[in-house]
Design a protein around this ligand. Sequence first.
Ligand code: DX5
Ligand code: ZN
Length: 220
Amino acid sequence: KNSAVIAPSILSANFAKLGAEVDEVLTAGCQWVHFDVMDNHYVPNLTFGPMICKALKDYGITAPIDVHLMVEPVDEMIKSFAAAGADYISFHPEATKHLHRSVHLVKELGCKVGLVLNPATPINLIKDVLEDLDIILIMSVNPGFGGQSFIPKTLDKIRAVRRLIDEHNLDIRLSVDGGVKPDNIKQIFDAGADTFVMGSAIFASEDRAATIKQTLAQVN
Ligand code: DX5
Ligand code: ZN
């Protein structure tokens, strides 16, 4: 099993001082930066584009940038974020007309590739490209907003995807995204996740460093 990664979602950060916010959570022990890209088309919200990714790279962030594309279509954004320095690019299979082509576009551009399963999207949808993936994101909320509650049924899906990865002996990170908190992360870890996206739990915390520390302690 891969070592545990906490990927803070900048969706819940203070955008007026984004560089400092990212520095703070990485210094406190988070390993990646989770970029929630929303286009007000695939999801009913609008966030930021590749410029922000490039700005953070130019600012000096060296931690892996874990881009979560909630956009439709995806191919142009795959190219823009690869050019802007993304390390992981994950997208929703429903948002492309040609899933195999979009997955291989990410790989050809030198990025690691992931697919994102919404709460009611069956694992079956991605099984024919499973071997090509570096990460699977399981949405434990409906995409579009931070601060929502974890959907408990997701635990069954996390266990099922963990079984699938292990049965095929694949090196794929299993990430859970949405409503992950210090008081439910142990359950999520025990169900088989190794990568944890946390937005409001970290950025809305009174003591971010303490929250990150106590969270990491539960998954190592
Ligand atoms: C939702 C995003 C999630 C969200 C997580 O569409 O994909 O990454 O920002 O935020 P919290 O941790 O607050 O649920
Ligand atoms: Zn996300």
